[in-house]
Design a protein. Structure first.
Ligand code: ADP
Length: 408
Protein backbone atom coordinates (compact mmCIF):
# COMPACT_ATOMS: atom_id res chain seq x y z
CA UNK A 1 0.00 0.00 0.00
CA UNK A 2 1.21 3.57 -0.63
CA UNK A 3 2.50 5.57 2.32
CA UNK A 4 -0.22 8.21 1.99
CA UNK A 5 -2.94 5.56 2.19
CA UNK A 6 -1.30 4.05 5.25
CA UNK A 7 -1.34 7.46 6.90
CA UNK A 8 -5.08 7.72 6.30
CA UNK A 9 -5.49 4.36 8.03
CA UNK A 10 -3.75 5.48 11.22
CA UNK A 11 -5.13 9.04 11.27
CA UNK A 12 -8.06 8.67 13.68
CA UNK A 13 -6.21 6.41 16.09
CA UNK A 14 -3.20 8.74 16.04
CA UNK A 15 -5.37 11.79 16.72
CA UNK A 16 -7.13 10.13 19.65
CA UNK A 17 -3.94 8.91 21.28
CA UNK A 18 -2.03 12.16 20.62
CA UNK A 19 -4.79 14.24 22.21
CA UNK A 20 -4.86 11.99 25.25
CA UNK A 21 -1.09 12.09 25.60
CA UNK A 22 -0.76 15.87 25.32
CA UNK A 23 -3.93 16.80 27.17
CA UNK A 24 -4.53 14.31 29.97
CA UNK A 25 -7.30 16.54 31.34
CA UNK A 26 -10.33 15.93 29.13
CA UNK A 27 -11.43 19.59 29.44
CA UNK A 28 -8.35 20.66 27.46
CA UNK A 29 -8.72 18.15 24.63
CA UNK A 30 -11.02 20.33 22.50
CA UNK A 31 -8.25 22.91 22.20
CA UNK A 32 -5.62 20.36 21.21
CA UNK A 33 -7.64 18.47 18.64
CA UNK A 34 -7.59 21.09 15.80
CA UNK A 35 -3.87 21.77 16.28
CA UNK A 36 -3.06 18.06 16.12
CA UNK A 37 -5.25 17.66 13.04
CA UNK A 38 -3.27 20.46 11.44
CA UNK A 39 -0.05 18.69 12.43
CA UNK A 40 -1.21 15.43 10.91
CA UNK A 41 -2.31 17.24 7.71
CA UNK A 42 1.21 18.62 7.45
CA UNK A 43 2.70 15.17 7.92
CA UNK A 44 0.52 13.92 5.08
CA UNK A 45 1.67 16.77 2.83
CA UNK A 46 5.28 16.13 3.78
CA UNK A 47 4.99 12.42 2.98
CA UNK A 48 3.16 13.05 -0.26
CA UNK A 49 5.64 15.63 -1.53
CA UNK A 50 8.65 14.01 0.07
CA UNK A 51 9.42 17.38 1.66
CA UNK A 52 9.61 17.50 5.48
CA UNK A 53 9.71 21.31 5.26
CA UNK A 54 5.87 21.26 5.22
CA UNK A 55 6.04 20.97 9.01
CA UNK A 56 8.07 24.17 9.42
CA UNK A 57 5.15 26.64 9.78
CA UNK A 58 3.47 24.64 12.53
CA UNK A 59 6.78 24.15 14.37
CA UNK A 60 7.41 27.90 14.13
CA UNK A 61 3.94 28.59 15.58
CA UNK A 62 4.46 26.18 18.45
CA UNK A 63 7.91 27.63 19.11
CA UNK A 64 6.63 31.22 19.40
CA UNK A 65 3.88 30.17 21.78
CA UNK A 66 6.41 29.01 24.37
CA UNK A 67 5.90 30.63 27.75
CA UNK A 68 8.46 32.74 29.62
CA UNK A 69 9.16 29.94 32.12
CA UNK A 70 9.73 27.51 29.24
CA UNK A 71 12.20 29.94 27.70
CA UNK A 72 13.99 30.30 31.03
CA UNK A 73 14.29 26.56 31.49
CA UNK A 74 17.02 24.57 29.74
CA UNK A 75 14.70 21.77 28.61
CA UNK A 76 12.64 22.56 25.54
CA UNK A 77 8.96 21.71 25.84
CA UNK A 78 8.67 21.76 22.04
CA UNK A 79 11.23 18.97 21.70
CA UNK A 80 9.38 17.04 24.40
CA UNK A 81 6.09 17.38 22.49
CA UNK A 82 7.71 16.22 19.24
CA UNK A 83 9.30 13.33 21.07
CA UNK A 84 5.92 12.24 22.46
CA UNK A 85 4.32 12.52 19.02
CA UNK A 86 7.09 10.53 17.34
CA UNK A 87 6.97 7.65 19.83
CA UNK A 88 3.22 7.64 19.58
CA UNK A 89 3.35 7.54 15.75
CA UNK A 90 5.60 4.48 15.86
CA UNK A 91 3.30 2.75 18.34
CA UNK A 92 0.18 3.48 16.28
CA UNK A 93 1.91 2.13 13.16
CA UNK A 94 2.85 -1.04 15.01
CA UNK A 95 -0.64 -1.52 16.53
CA UNK A 96 -2.74 -0.59 13.50
CA UNK A 97 -0.75 -1.78 10.48
CA UNK A 98 0.80 -5.10 9.58
CA UNK A 99 4.54 -5.53 9.89
CA UNK A 100 5.37 -4.70 6.24
CA UNK A 101 3.08 -1.67 6.05
CA UNK A 102 4.39 -0.51 9.37
CA UNK A 103 7.96 -0.59 8.00
CA UNK A 104 6.88 1.24 4.87
CA UNK A 105 5.46 4.14 6.87
CA UNK A 106 7.96 4.32 9.70
CA UNK A 107 10.86 5.21 7.42
CA UNK A 108 9.41 8.46 5.96
CA UNK A 109 7.96 9.34 9.37
CA UNK A 110 11.39 9.13 10.98
CA UNK A 111 12.83 11.41 8.28
CA UNK A 112 10.06 13.95 8.87
CA UNK A 113 10.44 13.86 12.67
CA UNK A 114 14.24 14.15 12.33
CA UNK A 115 13.75 17.33 10.32
CA UNK A 116 11.16 18.60 12.83
CA UNK A 117 13.58 18.05 15.73
CA UNK A 118 16.40 19.99 14.12
CA UNK A 119 14.06 22.85 13.13
CA UNK A 120 12.65 22.92 16.67
CA UNK A 121 16.18 23.02 18.16
CA UNK A 122 17.13 25.89 15.84
CA UNK A 123 14.03 27.93 16.65
CA UNK A 124 14.31 27.07 20.29
CA UNK A 125 17.87 28.32 20.64
CA UNK A 126 16.97 31.40 18.59
CA UNK A 127 14.00 32.10 20.89
CA UNK A 128 16.20 31.59 23.95
CA UNK A 129 18.90 33.94 22.62
CA UNK A 130 16.24 36.56 21.81
CA UNK A 131 14.69 36.14 25.24
CA UNK A 132 18.04 36.46 27.04
CA UNK A 133 19.14 39.46 24.97
CA UNK A 134 15.79 41.18 25.60
CA UNK A 135 16.16 40.53 29.31
CA UNK A 136 19.72 41.86 29.13
CA UNK A 137 18.73 45.06 27.41
CA UNK A 138 15.90 45.58 29.93
CA UNK A 139 18.37 45.08 32.77
CA UNK A 140 20.82 47.46 31.09
CA UNK A 141 18.13 50.08 30.71
CA UNK A 142 17.18 49.90 34.36
CA UNK A 143 20.84 49.93 35.41
CA UNK A 144 21.46 53.01 33.29
CA UNK A 145 18.42 54.66 34.85
CA UNK A 146 19.65 53.77 38.31
CA UNK A 147 23.13 55.06 37.55
CA UNK A 148 21.73 58.32 36.20
CA UNK A 149 19.56 58.87 39.25
CA UNK A 150 22.54 58.00 41.48
CA UNK A 151 24.62 60.62 39.68
CA UNK A 152 21.82 63.18 39.90
CA UNK A 153 21.44 62.43 43.58
CA UNK A 154 25.17 62.87 44.14
CA UNK A 155 25.26 66.16 42.22
CA UNK A 156 22.23 67.64 43.99
CA UNK A 157 23.24 66.56 47.48
CA UNK A 158 26.84 67.69 46.92
CA UNK A 159 25.67 71.18 45.87
CA UNK A 160 23.27 71.34 48.82
CA UNK A 161 26.04 70.39 51.24
CA UNK A 162 28.50 72.85 49.80
CA UNK A 163 26.55 75.98 50.74
CA UNK A 164 26.29 75.43 54.53
CA UNK A 165 29.84 74.09 54.55
CA UNK A 166 31.16 77.27 52.98
CA UNK A 167 29.38 79.20 55.75
CA UNK A 168 30.96 77.09 58.51
CA UNK A 169 34.37 77.43 56.86
CA UNK A 170 33.98 81.21 56.47
CA UNK A 171 32.77 81.84 60.04
CA UNK A 172 35.41 79.55 61.55
CA UNK A 173 38.15 81.39 59.61
CA UNK A 174 36.78 84.76 60.76
CA UNK A 175 36.61 83.55 64.35
CA UNK A 176 40.20 82.39 64.17
CA UNK A 177 41.34 85.75 62.82
CA UNK A 178 39.40 87.63 65.52
CA UNK A 179 40.76 85.46 68.31
CA UNK A 180 44.29 85.72 66.98
CA UNK A 181 44.09 89.48 67.48
CA UNK A 182 43.23 89.14 71.16
CA UNK A 183 44.05 86.63 73.83
CA UNK A 184 44.01 83.18 72.25
CA UNK A 185 44.83 80.04 74.18
CA UNK A 186 46.55 77.13 72.46
CA UNK A 187 43.55 74.96 73.37
CA UNK A 188 41.18 77.24 71.43
CA UNK A 189 43.66 77.21 68.56
CA UNK A 190 43.57 73.39 68.47
CA UNK A 191 39.75 73.41 68.45
CA UNK A 192 39.49 75.94 65.66
CA UNK A 193 42.21 74.29 63.58
CA UNK A 194 40.31 71.00 63.97
CA UNK A 195 37.09 72.58 62.72
CA UNK A 196 38.87 74.17 59.76
CA UNK A 197 40.69 70.95 58.81
CA UNK A 198 37.44 69.00 59.02
CA UNK A 199 35.56 71.44 56.82
CA UNK A 200 38.38 71.47 54.25
CA UNK A 201 38.37 67.67 54.09
CA UNK A 202 34.59 67.73 53.69
CA UNK A 203 35.00 70.33 50.91
CA UNK A 204 37.40 67.97 49.12
CA UNK A 205 34.97 65.06 49.40
CA UNK A 206 32.05 67.15 48.11
CA UNK A 207 34.18 68.44 45.21
CA UNK A 208 35.10 64.83 44.40
CA UNK A 209 31.40 63.90 44.39
CA UNK A 210 30.65 66.78 42.01
CA UNK A 211 33.58 65.84 39.74
CA UNK A 212 32.49 62.19 39.65
CA UNK A 213 28.98 63.20 38.64
CA UNK A 214 30.32 65.61 35.96
CA UNK A 215 32.33 62.71 34.54
CA UNK A 216 29.45 60.23 34.74
CA UNK A 217 27.12 62.68 33.00
CA UNK A 218 29.78 63.40 30.39
CA UNK A 219 29.74 67.11 31.07
CA UNK A 220 33.25 67.61 32.40
CA UNK A 221 34.65 70.77 30.83
CA UNK A 222 38.37 70.95 30.24
CA UNK A 223 40.13 74.25 29.92
CA UNK A 224 42.94 73.54 27.47
CA UNK A 225 46.13 75.53 27.90
CA UNK A 226 49.79 74.90 27.14
CA UNK A 227 51.19 72.62 29.83
CA UNK A 228 54.60 71.22 30.66
CA UNK A 229 54.47 68.05 32.70
CA UNK A 230 57.74 68.91 34.43
CA UNK A 231 56.01 71.93 35.98
CA UNK A 232 53.02 69.93 37.13
CA UNK A 233 55.26 67.28 38.68
CA UNK A 234 57.36 69.80 40.55
CA UNK A 235 54.25 71.60 41.90
CA UNK A 236 53.03 68.24 43.11
CA UNK A 237 56.35 67.32 44.71
CA UNK A 238 56.37 70.59 46.67
CA UNK A 239 52.75 70.10 47.67
CA UNK A 240 53.50 66.65 49.11
CA UNK A 241 56.85 67.42 50.71
CA UNK A 242 55.47 67.49 54.26
CA UNK A 243 53.45 64.31 53.87
CA UNK A 244 56.41 62.42 52.38
CA UNK A 245 58.64 63.65 55.22
CA UNK A 246 56.08 62.72 57.87
CA UNK A 247 55.95 59.19 56.48
CA UNK A 248 59.78 59.08 56.14
CA UNK A 249 59.33 58.13 52.48
CA UNK A 250 61.46 59.17 49.54
CA UNK A 251 59.96 60.77 46.48
CA UNK A 252 62.28 60.43 43.52
CA UNK A 253 61.67 62.20 40.23
CA UNK A 254 63.60 60.71 37.31
CA UNK A 255 63.64 63.17 34.40
CA UNK A 256 62.44 61.66 31.14
CA UNK A 257 62.09 62.58 27.49
CA UNK A 258 58.82 64.43 26.95
CA UNK A 259 58.74 65.87 30.44
CA UNK A 260 59.60 69.34 29.13
CA UNK A 261 57.56 69.09 25.98
CA UNK A 262 54.71 71.53 25.67
CA UNK A 263 51.31 70.00 25.10
CA UNK A 264 47.79 71.30 25.39
CA UNK A 265 45.84 70.08 28.40
CA UNK A 266 43.93 71.30 31.44
CA UNK A 267 46.69 71.94 34.00
CA UNK A 268 44.35 72.03 37.03
CA UNK A 269 42.72 68.75 36.05
CA UNK A 270 46.02 67.06 35.18
CA UNK A 271 47.46 68.09 38.57
CA UNK A 272 44.33 66.62 40.15
CA UNK A 273 45.03 63.28 38.41
CA UNK A 274 48.65 63.22 39.51
CA UNK A 275 47.66 64.32 43.02
CA UNK A 276 45.14 61.49 43.37
CA UNK A 277 47.64 58.90 42.16
CA UNK A 278 50.51 60.28 44.26
CA UNK A 279 48.50 60.58 47.50
CA UNK A 280 47.39 56.98 47.01
CA UNK A 281 51.03 55.94 46.53
CA UNK A 282 51.95 57.70 49.79
CA UNK A 283 48.91 56.23 51.56
CA UNK A 284 49.43 52.63 50.48
CA UNK A 285 53.21 52.54 50.99
CA UNK A 286 54.51 51.84 54.51
CA UNK A 287 56.77 54.33 56.32
CA UNK A 288 60.32 54.46 54.86
CA UNK A 289 59.04 53.32 51.43
CA UNK A 290 59.90 54.90 48.10
CA UNK A 291 57.84 56.51 45.36
CA UNK A 292 59.29 57.16 41.92
CA UNK A 293 57.84 59.41 39.27
CA UNK A 294 59.20 58.83 35.82
CA UNK A 295 57.99 58.33 32.26
CA UNK A 296 58.87 58.27 28.60
CA UNK A 297 57.95 59.76 25.28
CA UNK A 298 55.97 57.51 22.94
CA UNK A 299 54.77 58.26 19.41
CA UNK A 300 51.99 60.83 19.95
CA UNK A 301 51.89 60.35 23.73
CA UNK A 302 53.76 61.11 26.91
CA UNK A 303 53.63 58.37 29.51
CA UNK A 304 54.03 59.22 33.19
CA UNK A 305 54.60 56.40 35.68
CA UNK A 306 54.13 56.62 39.43
CA UNK A 307 55.67 53.57 41.09
CA UNK A 308 55.55 52.80 44.80
CA UNK A 309 56.94 50.13 47.10
CA UNK A 310 53.59 49.69 48.83
CA UNK A 311 51.15 46.92 49.63
CA UNK A 312 50.27 46.32 45.98
CA UNK A 313 46.93 45.41 44.41
CA UNK A 314 45.39 42.01 43.82
CA UNK A 315 45.23 41.17 40.10
CA UNK A 316 41.43 40.84 40.16
CA UNK A 317 41.07 44.47 41.29
CA UNK A 318 43.50 46.09 38.84
CA UNK A 319 40.75 47.52 36.66
CA UNK A 320 38.04 47.57 39.32
CA UNK A 321 39.79 50.26 41.41
CA UNK A 322 38.98 52.80 38.69
CA UNK A 323 35.26 52.27 39.35
CA UNK A 324 33.31 54.58 41.63
CA UNK A 325 33.29 53.98 45.41
CA UNK A 326 35.77 51.11 45.26
CA UNK A 327 37.95 50.63 48.32
CA UNK A 328 39.94 47.51 48.91
CA UNK A 329 40.74 46.21 52.37
CA UNK A 330 38.93 47.13 55.59
CA UNK A 331 36.35 49.80 54.87
CA UNK A 332 36.36 50.85 58.52
CA UNK A 333 39.71 52.56 58.11
CA UNK A 334 38.73 56.20 57.83
CA UNK A 335 41.14 58.93 58.59
CA UNK A 336 41.15 62.67 58.58
CA UNK A 337 44.73 62.71 57.28
CA UNK A 338 44.86 62.28 53.51
CA UNK A 339 48.18 60.46 53.47
CA UNK A 340 47.98 58.29 56.61
CA UNK A 341 49.07 54.68 56.00
CA UNK A 342 46.15 52.72 54.47
CA UNK A 343 43.81 55.61 55.33
CA UNK A 344 40.30 55.26 53.93
CA UNK A 345 38.69 57.61 51.44
CA UNK A 346 35.42 57.78 49.51
CA UNK A 347 36.84 55.70 46.65
CA UNK A 348 36.41 58.39 44.00
CA UNK A 349 40.00 59.52 43.36
CA UNK A 350 40.90 57.00 40.66
CA UNK A 351 37.47 57.14 39.03
CA UNK A 352 37.94 60.89 38.63
CA UNK A 353 41.55 60.44 37.44
CA UNK A 354 40.37 58.01 34.78
CA UNK A 355 37.55 60.36 33.68
CA UNK A 356 39.91 63.34 33.38
CA UNK A 357 42.56 61.41 31.46
CA UNK A 358 40.01 59.86 29.11
CA UNK A 359 38.54 63.31 28.46
CA UNK A 360 42.04 64.35 27.40
CA UNK A 361 42.09 61.40 24.99
CA UNK A 362 44.50 59.36 27.11
CA UNK A 363 44.37 56.26 29.28
CA UNK A 364 45.36 55.26 32.79
CA UNK A 365 46.07 51.80 34.15
CA UNK A 366 47.92 50.10 36.95
CA UNK A 367 50.30 47.18 37.22
CA UNK A 368 51.05 45.26 40.39
CA UNK A 369 52.36 41.83 41.23
CA UNK A 370 49.61 41.42 43.80
CA UNK A 371 48.52 42.44 47.26
CA UNK A 372 50.90 41.62 50.11
CA UNK A 373 51.29 43.85 53.15
CA UNK A 374 54.46 42.05 54.26
CA UNK A 375 56.36 41.59 51.00
CA UNK A 376 55.10 44.93 49.60
CA UNK A 377 55.30 44.21 45.85
CA UNK A 378 54.29 47.79 45.05
CA UNK A 379 52.13 49.23 42.28
CA UNK A 380 52.92 51.24 39.18
CA UNK A 381 50.35 53.58 37.71
CA UNK A 382 50.75 54.47 34.03
CA UNK A 383 49.20 57.66 32.70
CA UNK A 384 49.21 58.18 28.96
CA UNK A 385 48.59 61.74 27.80
CA UNK A 386 48.30 62.58 24.10
CA UNK A 387 50.70 65.22 22.81
CA UNK A 388 48.64 68.06 21.36
CA UNK A 389 50.69 70.57 19.44
CA UNK A 390 47.58 72.40 18.31
CA UNK A 391 44.92 73.62 20.71
CA UNK A 392 41.55 71.86 20.48
CA UNK A 393 39.61 75.01 19.56
CA UNK A 394 40.17 78.24 17.66
CA UNK A 395 39.53 80.53 20.65
CA UNK A 396 42.40 78.94 22.54
CA UNK A 397 44.60 79.06 19.44
CA UNK A 398 44.05 82.82 19.28
CA UNK A 399 44.72 83.27 22.97
CA UNK A 400 47.93 81.30 22.99
CA UNK A 401 48.95 81.97 19.39
CA UNK A 402 51.88 84.27 20.12
CA UNK A 403 53.13 81.96 22.86
CA UNK A 404 52.98 79.04 20.49
CA UNK A 405 54.93 80.97 17.82
CA UNK A 406 57.67 81.79 20.33
CA UNK A 407 58.00 78.15 21.28
CA UNK A 408 58.05 76.97 17.67
P1 ADP B 1 40.07 57.22 47.44
O1 ADP B 1 39.44 58.38 46.75
O2 ADP B 1 39.28 56.71 48.58
O3 ADP B 1 41.53 57.42 47.75
P2 ADP B 1 40.78 55.80 45.07
O4 ADP B 1 39.76 55.74 43.99
O5 ADP B 1 41.87 56.79 44.90
O6 ADP B 1 40.01 55.99 46.43
O7 ADP B 1 41.42 54.37 45.26
C1 ADP B 1 40.58 53.24 45.35
C2 ADP B 1 41.27 52.09 46.04
O8 ADP B 1 42.33 51.59 45.21
C3 ADP B 1 41.96 52.46 47.34
O9 ADP B 1 41.05 52.44 48.42
C4 ADP B 1 42.98 51.33 47.47
O10 ADP B 1 42.38 50.20 48.00
C5 ADP B 1 43.37 51.05 46.02
N1 ADP B 1 44.64 51.74 45.65
C6 ADP B 1 44.76 52.90 44.96
N2 ADP B 1 46.06 53.22 44.78
C7 ADP B 1 46.79 52.25 45.35
C8 ADP B 1 48.20 51.99 45.52
N3 ADP B 1 49.12 52.83 45.04
N4 ADP B 1 48.55 50.87 46.18
C9 ADP B 1 47.64 50.01 46.66
N5 ADP B 1 46.30 50.18 46.55
C10 ADP B 1 45.87 51.28 45.91
Amino acid sequence: MREIELLKLIRSDWLKRATQALAPASSLRDNFWPELERFFDRIEQAVESNNPGFLDPIIADWSTSQTQSELQSTASSLTEILNTLMILSLEVCKDTLGEDDSFTLIHPLLVIYGHAFSRAAELDSQAKVNFVSNQLSLTNQSLEKLNRSKSDFIAVSAHELKTPLTLIDGYASMLKETLEQGAFSSYQDVLLTGILNGTRRLHDIINDMIDASLIDNEILNLSFQPVWLSQLISILATENETAVKERRQTLKIIPFEGMNQMTYGDPERLIQVLRNVLTNAIKFTPDDGAITISGRKLPGFIEITVADTGIGIDSEYLSLIFEKFIRLGASALHSSGKTKYKGGGPGLGLHIAKGIIENHGGTIWVESLGYDELACPGSTFHILIPIRIDPPDARIAKLFGSLLNNIK
